[in-house]
Design a protein around this ligand. Sequence first.
Ligand code: ADP
Ligand code: MG
Length: 455
Amino acid sequence: MRITVKQQVLLAPATILVLLVLLLVFMQCTYWNLSAKRQEAKAIGTTFIALAEADMAARRLHLLLRSMQHTGMAPPEDMALVSDLYERLLDAIGRLKPFGPLKESGQIPQLINLAEDLNPADSPQPEETAEFFARFRTELSAIFNITQIHRNRLRLAHEQDITQLVERTALVSMSVLVLAILLGLFISGYFSRRILNRIQSLSRNAVQIADGKLEIPPAPDHIRDELDTLAISINRMTKRLIRVVGTEKLLEGAEEERRRIAMDLHDQSLSDLSTILRGLQNLSVETTDKVLQGKTEKLEEDLERAIANLRDIMNNLHPQTLDILGLGAAIEAHLEQYCYADNLPEYHLYIDPQVSDLNLDRLKQLALYRIAIESIQNIIKHAAASRYEINLEVREKMLIFSAEDNGIGMSGLEKQDSGRGLNNIRERAKAISAEVTWKPSRFSSGTRFELTLRT
Ligand SMILES: Nc1ncnc2c1ncn2[C@@H]1O[C@H](COP(=O)(O)OP(=O)(O)O)[C@@H](O)[C@H]1O
Ligand SMILES: [Mg+2]
């Protein structure tokens, strides 16, 4: 199952939240139960009052009717009172609220029927009146008794309910809270330990890579979360790094070999040639033969040229100026030595002073130097330019080298399907993680070669 790191972190609080919501629902249900009982108690209270009012009205009505039947007179104010009392009686009965046992017993409809018999408008006989009232009041008192008993029972039950409710609510709340805390701790502990272990293993792998121990760390088979993505990235990064370091080592080896050859040429061939030169010079001084003297002087000149060529080859194999002066000065020295002549295009050089503050390692310096030299050679060889600009500057933590000429320019084909020189430039740039581009120059024609390296 795919659970993201964010979901794993949020799982514990979410579980606690769900449990708390359930607790809230439980409390709400308990309250509803309680309020239903309260509703019933209220109905009993209303019924109680209505019964008392009906009883009082019936009693007064009975007395009044009896006295009227006794005297045989019915003054109009007494008649009005009779009908008013009967109204009140009916009203009180109408307010009876059936509850618990009264709901299905049919006693309330029976009481209503009996109340209808009491209607003074029907002018009942005195014996009938007494009987109707007696029946009505017997029924009334039966209902009253039931109400009383039910009320007492309800009050008792209510008190018990409240005690139980408090106990139950306290118990459930405590249990849910303890469960929520334990579950929250367990889930967060489980997931955080899992995440932490994986982060620690990833960080161990990263430290190993940073320390130069290039062992490919294991990668998960499928991606479940962001950490798996990170593990796969570290795995791929290590593989790429191993490839890059391999190339770097090869280049390092090649540079070392060039240095060794340069030293051998210097210590062996150059000193041998110098010895021969000195011998020739001595010979031309000592001899009196003019013809021989002319020949030895010619040989001396040839030998001096051969020695100068050999020095160039040595310097090309291992540029000592780079070790002594640094990158900027080495490029400048090369330009002054080989590119300053009437038959060559005019150059302008700008070296940013910040370049010398950069702590570039020797391999990077060498790669940059060789790339710079090749791009200058290409301008001289192929561009047919009258001038060119060489810049080495630092901009926003980027080292930028550019060689821009006003020559014939390069076709797209030349850039892509290029010769050994351009390929070497690309290979060297890749080895030091630099980017190279060839674009039209800012002059009216020509090429701008640019290299950017993050410092
Ligand atoms: N600055 C330039 N202006 C015009 N053409 C160039 C320039 N630099 C390189 N080229 C073209 O790119 C081709 C490949 O260059 P490169 O790989 O260095 O070969 P080469 O070994 O002949 O110098 C050259 O033959 C030339 O046509
Ligand atoms: Mg070239």
